[in-house]
Write a protein of this length. Structure first.
Length: 255
C-alpha cells in the first residue's frame, strides 16, 4: 500500500496528513500518537471508509477510490472502535456477517466451516447460541475479531488486509498478548498485511514492524520502532519522560 500526498480536512481543519509512505506487505504497521492526532481518521482513509481526501492511496496495485465496496470487502476487514452492534443477534450469526461478501443468499458449507474455525480460534465455541449483547465487553471484542478473521480467511492468490482501530480495548492482558501473537501467525497463514491503531507503546514495540507517528493531524515520523518510538519522540510528542529498559535488542519504556 502506497500513500502519496494524502490530506483530509474538515472545515479547513487538518485532520490527517501523510506526505509519502509505503506499507510493506506481510508486515504489522502500527499508527501511534496522542488522542486527537488523526490516527483513526487515517485508518478510515486507508481502509476505504473515508473517500473525501486529497492525494492518492494505492491498494493492491489500484487506486483505492477505484474499488467498489463489495469487491473491497473481499480483500480487507475492518475492526472499528464503534463496532458494537445495538441489536440482538446470536454470536455465530454476527461472525457469519464476515462471510456476507462471499455469498448471495445462503451461506455455503465452506462459509459455515470458516465461521466455526474463526470461533474456535478465539475460544468462543461456548458462546454459540448466546445473544451478542449478553456478553461482556472483552467477550464482544473477541467475537468481533472472529468476524474480521472470517472475512479474510483463506490464502488465495491475492493479498488481504486487516485494519484494526484500538483492537485491545476491553481485553484482559492475557487476551491482548494472545491476540497480538495470533496476528503474527496469521500474516503468513492468510497472506495478510495488518494496519492498526494502538495505544500501548510497549506492546506496539514488541509486535510491530513499522510505525507511523501522528501528531496534530500530521505524520511526523515513520519507520521502525527504534526510530519512531525513541525516547526523544516520547518526550516531544507524548510529553512524557520515560525510563528506558533494554530487552532482546529493543528499548521498552517505564512511565
Amino acid at each position: 500500500m502506497k500513500i502519496e500526498g494524502v490530506e483530509f480536512s474538515i472545515k479547513q481543519q487538518l485532520i490527517a496528513q501523510v506526505e509519502d509512505a509505503y506499507l510493506e506487505k506481510g508486515k504489522i504497521h502500527f499508527v501511534v500518537g496522542k488522542n486527537g492526532a488523526g490516527k483513526t481518521s487515517l485508518l478510515k482513509i486507508l481502509s476505504g471508509l473515508e473517500p473525501n481526501y486529497k492525494g492518492e492511496v494505492s491498494f493492491l496495485g489500484r487506486g483505492l477510490r477505484d474499488w467498489k465496496m463489495e469487491e473491497l470487502a473481499q480483500r480487507r476487514a475492518v475492526l472499528s472502535q464503534s463496532n458494537f452492534n445495538a441489536f440482538p443477534i446470536k454470536v455465530e450469526e454476527l461472525v457469519m456477517m464476515g462471510r456476507y461478501p462471499f455469498f448471495q443468499q445462503n451461506a455455503t458449507q465452506k462459509d459455515k466451516e470458516i465461521v466455526a474455525k474463526a470461533l474456535a480460534l478465539f475460544e468462543l465455541q461456548k458462546f454459540v447460541g448466546r445473544d451478542f449483547l449478553s456478553l461482556s465487553g472483552g467477550e464482544r471484542q473477541r467475537v468481533l475479531f472472529a468476524k474480521c478473521i472470517a472475512q479474510i480467511w483463506g490464502k488465495e492468490g491475492h493479498r488481504k488486509y486487516l485494519f484494526l482501530d484500538e483492537p485491545l480495548t476491553y481485553l484482559d492482558v492475557e487476551y491482548q498478548v494472545q491476540f497480538l501473537q495470533l496476528l503474527r501467525d496469521l500474516i503468513e497463514r492468510f497472506n495478510l498485511t495488518i494496519v492498526g491503531v494502538i495505544h500501548d507503546i510497549n506492546l506496539a514495540i514488541n509486535y510491530g514492524d513499522n510505525f507511523l507517528l501522528m501528531h496534530a493531524g500530521k505524520c511526523v515520523e515513520q519507520g521502525d520502532g527504534s526510530r519512531v518510538l525513541s525516547r526523544e519522540n516520547m518526550q516531544k510528542y507524548f510529553k512524557v519522560e520515560p525510563h528506558v529498559l533494554e530487552h532482546q535488542g529493543r528499548d521498552f519504556f517505564v512511565f
